[in-house]
Design a protein around this ligand. Structure first.
Ligand code: GLY
Length: 335
């Protein structure tokens, strides 16, 4: 073969391989885009999703969205339903106390503009999520803690209440008899109520609220009031909220991670799975003994959820349907 033909043939072959390779990766990308578009077509706005089985909370948020209310109002009012429900022992009034009998609440909220507010170690006020919103809207700060948060709440018209119930008193008594400090989250039962909504304008907001780990050490704060860990909203990309053992979420800045993974092109389901993998694949991770779950939504209204253990679920209100959806989980794939 003459040198000129060899170069020509080699060049053609090389182009062929390169083209095939490019075509392969392009087709993979196209395949992904197609499934994202199919999901997008399926997604209908507005919508609201929440951690765990909380149909009353999502119904309240949906009512706000149906009246053309903002996603911010929807998530606040949705979370308030659970905070006021004394049968829900993981948020607001009736939330489980710390080991010294104090009920201390953590909450945060984030709007479409990336503004956020949060309260930590708040006592004697049921609606921590609303105090967090006031911090966002009426102070130059992001986070208020403890006595300062309580005084700010009272100055803004919130009433002080005893958050204890017969149930929490009895639970503390029986825990004190055992007197064992086991900071391991109950795998089956829920803790944080996290809520994400997209309103009729297509704008996203999120909120979360919790009384934290039952019988925690005095002063302990989890992920829920920490922007980026318990909650993150980026109105151009999507939003994520976490539930479960807050320490593990904080160590991986979980909600921010999920949103950043969506920004890089992952679907919400893929992003939640990747964030859970980060936790379980840490050296010496004790993940068999704790639960973490994420729910996420992207700008198109496609949702995802994933947890370490079975039993986690998401409530979704969309297209006039309020349903509880069991989440897929890590231990199923790994067993
Ligand atoms: N995820 C709630 C907490 O750990 O406090």
């Amino acid at each position: 073969m003459k040198r000129r033909n060899f170069i020509k043939n080699t060049a053609i072959t090389t182009i062929g391989i390169a083209t095939t390779r490019n075509l392969l990766s392009c087709s993979e990308i196209e395949e992904k885009k197609k499934s994202a578009i199919t999901d997008k077509e399926k997604a209908s706005l507005p919508l609201v999703i929440a951690t765990w089985n909380v149909p009353n909370a999502t119904a309240k948020a949906w009512e706000v969205l149906q009246a053309n209310g903002s996603a911010l109002d929807a998530v606040e009012q949705g979370c308030m339903v659970e905070e006021a429900d004394i049968t829900n022992s993981s948020v607001g009034k009736g939330g489980m106390p710390d080991r010294d009998g104090r009920i201390t609440l953590d909450a945060c909220i984030m709007n479409k503009d990336g503004d956020c507010g949060s309260v930590v170690y708040l006592q004697n006020i049921t609606h921590a999520v609303s105090v967090a919103r006031k911090v966002m809207e009426h102070t130059p700060h992001v986070m208020l803690a403890g006595k300062g948060a309580e005084e700010f709440a009272v100055a803004n018209g919130f009433e002080k209440e005893d958050l204890q119930t017969d149930n929490t008193r009895k639970a503390l008594e029986s825990w004190l008899i055992k007197s064992q400090y086991e900071p391991v989250i109950n795998i089956e039962n829920h803790d944080t109520i996290g809520m994400l909504a997209i309103d009729t304008n297509g704008d996203i907001s999120g909120a979360c609220t919790t009384s934290g780990l039952a019988f925690k050490m005095a002063g302990r704060v989890g992920d829920s009031p920490i922007i980026g860990s318990g909650l993150f909203v980026d109105n151009e990309v999507g939003a994520c909220v976490a539930t479960g053992l807050g320490e593990e979420v904080v160590k991986t800045v979980g909600s921010f991670l999920v949103v950043e993974l969506m920004r890089q092109g992952k679907l919400p389901q893929e992003a939640c799975e990747e964030a859970i993998h980060r936790i379980v694949s840490k050296p010496n991770s004790d993940y068999k003994n704790f639960q973490v779950g994420y729910i996420a939504v992207n700008k198109s209204g496609v949702v995802g959820s994933y947890s370490i253990h079975d039993g986690f679920s998401m409530t979704r209100y969309q297209v006039n349907k309020n349903e509880n959806v069991q989440s897929d989980y890590y231990l199923k794939q790994s067993s």
